[in-house]
Design a binder for this molecule. Structure first.
Ligand code: ZN
Length: 292
């Protein structure tokens, strides 16, 4: 089954909702980066959040970058979403040690750390990108996204994310939801939503029980109801190309390129987001030098 996300509204129109099944994209990220379980969970949660946030942004040709830096062993997590919700991501240290809260429960907060910030960079296809940043609250990422929206974008939000890593280190399930209150939402709606979130419980458990993104939103929204407006297939997707790498090489300048060419060996460039390797022969480099 491919990953997909669903967007909708509460029946009264006061709550904007989105939920996602992200098992495949998180599996792909784990495969590309060779992550250990804690890094799989941390990167996976960030990718899951970014996909929903990128999809909600809805700016043609725009993008949304989420960067989490908490001082923990994983270093910096960087994830990028296109306007559809297709994502790519990278972490500084993919092979972090196993840390559990209790046997079988990964401690993502300890891996990410809490001494740092969550930063959102929105490329809205305007002159300057919008950049917002807040302090991390728990390093668990869901809480941090929630705090980011409340503090930096003044939008009351609840974000829950889950990645379940199996005994064989594969990704069993991944997904999440994000609900936002629109201005003017009455107290009864806020109360009902808080109760729904409590009642629904952990995302990982719901996903593991076989609930779909639609089911999860049904649980969370309860009596508020939900009208589904759009279903979108999403995946791990990198936009690198030989052309882009060539442009990056040109930007190195004549001196450095001449040095690379004179080395006389094939020159390889690894994409940081995917497992594509671009190889350039000294002849290729000569061709690029002619364009500088
Ligand atoms: Zn790539």
């Amino acid at each position: 089954m491919s990953d997909y996300l669903v967007r909708g509204m509460s029946l009264d129109g006061f709550v904007k909702v989105v939920a996602i099944r992200s098992t495949e994209m998180v599996s792909r990220a784990a495969q590309i980066h060779g992550t250990t379980p804690n890094a799989t969970a941390a990167l996976g949660r960030a990718l899951t959040a970014a996909s929903m946030m990128g999809n909600m942004q809805k700016v043609e040709n725009g993008s949304m970058t989420l960067q989490i830096r908490g001082g923990g062993p994983i270093g910096t997590i960087t994830v990028v979403s296109d306007p559809v919700g297709n994502v790519r991501g990278v972490v500084t240290e993919p092979r972090v040690p196993l840390v559990e809260k209790y046997p079988g429960k990964l401690d993502v907060g300890a891996t990410v750390g809490t001494d740092g910030t969550i930063t959102v960079i929105r490329d809205l296809q305007m002159k300057e990108p919008y950049i917002g940043s807040t302090e991390l609250v728990s390093g668990e990422i869901g809480d941090d996204v929630t705090a980011y929206f409340a503090q930096s974008e003044q939008t009351p939000t609840a974000c829950a994310l889950g990645v379940l890593v199996d005994r064989d280190l594969s990704v069993k399930v991944a997904g999440g939801y994000l609900v936002q209150l629109l201005p003017g939402a009455p107290d009864e709606v806020i109360d009902a939503l808080e109760q729904g979130i409590q009642r629904a419980g952990a995302v990982t458990k719901m996903l593991d029980d076989g609930l779909t993104p639609e089911d999860i939103l049904g649980q969370v929204m309860g009596a508020l109801g939900v009208v589904f407006m759009e279903t979108t297939e999403v995946s791990y997707k990198c936009y690198c190309s030989r052309d882009r790498v060539t442009k990056a090489l040109i930007s190195l300048g004549k001196d450095e390129l001449t040095e690379i060419m004179n080395d006389g060996k094939p020159f390889t460039v690894d994409c940081q987001f995917c497992d594509t390797v671009y190889s350039f022969t000294p002849e290729d480099i000569r061709g690029i030098l002619e364009k500088v």
